[in-house]
Design a protein around this ligand. Structure first.
Ligand SMILES: Nc1ncnc2c1ncn2[C@@H]1O[C@H](COP(=O)(O)OP(=O)(O)OP(=O)(O)O)[C@@H](O)[C@H]1O
Ligand SMILES: [Mg+2]
Length: 275
């Protein structure tokens, strides 16, 4: 079992010591990684993925605590990334079955059923066991990967780079991964995801610049944002399914969703006090 990973700070792009010198993450925790373009977010993820011992340009060290068997370090990290494509020409069922077998899972049928249920909770379009992997949409593939990583993979650390465009319910995806005891690092520009993580590291000029926990106000805002997200997804479904919103004819439900959306948005900006 992995107990903790610790990142020991190195140097920023100018060769200065980065401000955060020690960052600890425990199983079940989500850490958001945020910051401007080029600030070193993907590099931080890469340092962890490659399990650096001071040999990347940043000089960071990544320490792993817990009894991991020797040789298991390549099982340490699973990635859900922007560039995920399935190139294997096989069915969803055969693919998951093979994974479950490689990882010596005792009751593969049950686990595969759960992975599929997770994928279908996350993706807009349902995935079925006899779908071919190459035929899945980007969102379906990502949703299947999240289920696979949460339930089949032994990797205790999950790195997620830019899930916002993935077309899946990303807030639930994070919740599912952390509920399965994973350490989740998520690179994101999305305020809801940043606040959902509860803790965020802000990158600047290649260095870990600030480390924040949510303030009480941020926690309140996060709850409101989650409500807004629900309203947004209802609205998205309405528009995607080819319906229009016309004042007199639209269903009451749709109008309520809009109204709820704007009143939540207003109450968020009213409570805003920036530090
Ligand atoms: N501490 C560092 N020292 C030297 N080079 C660094 C450091 N951190 C990042 N870099 C390099 O700077 C470049 C930009 O970093 P990176 O790709 O991680 O940015 P990013 O925050 O992910 O940007 P984007 O939001 O555009 O994806 C990369 O080539 C990376 O290797
Ligand atoms: Mg990047």
């Amino acid at each position: 079992m992995l107990k903790k990973i610790t990142i020991i700070g190195g140097l920023d792009k100018n060769g200065h010591t980065e401000s955060i010198q020690r960052l600890e993450i425990f199983p079940g925790q989500v850490l958001a990684v945020a910051g401007p373009t080029g600030s070193g977010k993907t590099q931080l993820i890469a340092d962890i993925e490659q399990y650096r011992e001071g040999e990347s340009p940043t000089g960071r060290r990544v320490l792993i605590e817990g009894n991991l068997s020797k040789g298991s370090s390549h099982h340490l990290v699973a990635e859900v990334s922007q560039k995920m494509n399935f190139i294997i020409d096989t069915t969803v069922e055969a693919f998951l079955y093979r994974h479950a077998k490689v990882r010596a899972i005792k009751n593969p049928e049950t686990v595969i059923g759960t992975v599929l249920a997770v994928a279908n909770q996350l993706a807009g379009e349902p995935v079925s066991l006899d779908d071919n992997l190459t035929a899945l949409s980007g969102g379906q593939a990502r949703a299947l990967m999240v289920g696979d990583v949460a339930l089949i993979s032994r990797a205790p650390v999950v790195l997620v780079d830019e899930i916002e465009n993935a077309g899946i319910d990303r807030l639930s995806a994070m919740a599912i991964l952390s509920a399965h005891g994973k350490i989740v690092l998520v690179v994101t520009h999305d305020p809801t995801l940043m606040l959902m993580a509860g803790r965020r590291v802000i990158m600047k000029n290649g260095g870990m610049h600030k480390l924040y926990r949510n303030t009480p106000l941020e926690n309140t805002m996060m709850e409101k944002l989650a409500v807004m997200e629900r309203d947004m997804s209802r609205l998205r479904e309405t528009l995607r399914s080819g319906r229009q919103i016309i004042d007199n004819h639209s269903k009451k439900e749709t109008k309520d969703a809009w109204q709820a959306f704007f009143s939540t948005a207003r109450s968020i900006s009213a409570g805003l006090s920036v530090n």
